[in-house]
Ligand binder design. Structure first.
Ligand code: SF4
Length: 189
């Protein structure tokens, strides 16, 4: 399922309203640290491609952050390539596919990494804090934490979607880009 193009102007609002927890976390860390390690860059960049951020805008977006940390020259030399690569513009010109929940959940982020799935990879304390920031509380929070304890991470994410949007998500969450598309549909109703 294709989503329409998104513009850089809207990206912070979209991140806040419609990104799933895994992508919100990467987005926030990138804005905060002006840097993401390889795993995080891959996970977020392919997601952004999937939600409809054009290559040109993606380069502007990543450059604005990274150049604050490493300078524009190093960005152009070391990082622009991999963004272009993700869009199929370099190397074998494969058009890489955004990661599914399954792939993200089974990844193994190390120290200093911010990729992965918060339900699977965050401490309980950090997960609760992230969900609270999304406006989740009360019974919904308890239900979500119970799903996490039984290792049903995608169900926990589905319950989060339902709590945040106030509608049911019958298909369940199986892909961050699907979460985004369902969210846009729900909010544009
Ligand atoms: Fe992201 Fe999927 Fe985890 Fe939700 S369940 S936070 S969409 S990886």
């Amino acid at each position: 399922q294709e989503s329409s193009e998104i513009s850089l102007r809207d990206i912070d609002r979209l991140a806040n309203n419609s990104f799933p927890p895994c992508m919100r976390h990467l987005f926030e860390k990138l804005r905060e640290d002006h840097h993401l390690k390889h795993g995080g860059r891959m996970q977020l960049s392919l997601f952004l491609k999937g939600v409809g951020l054009k290559l040109e805008d993606a380069l502007t977006f990543w450059k604005a952050e990274f150049s604050q940390k490493v300078g524009t020259e190093r960005f152009d030399k070391e990082y622009a390539y991999s963004i272009r690569h993700n869009y199929g513009k370099e190397g074998k010109r494969t058009d890489y596919t955004p990661y599914s929940c399954q792939k993200i959940i089974s990844s193994t982020p190390g120290v200093g990494d911010h990729h992965g799935c918060p339900y699977r990879h965050f401490s309980e304390e950090n997960l609760r804090a992230a969900l609270t920031k999304m406006g989740v509380g009360g019974h919904a929070m308890d239900d979500i934490m119970q799903k996490v304890q039984t290792r049903h991470y995608q169900l926990a994410c589905t319950l989060t979607f339902e709590a945040v949007h106030g509608i049911s998500c019958d298909t369940g969450v199986n892909h961050p880009n699907q979460y985004f598309i369902e969210s846009r549909k729900a909010l544009e109703l």
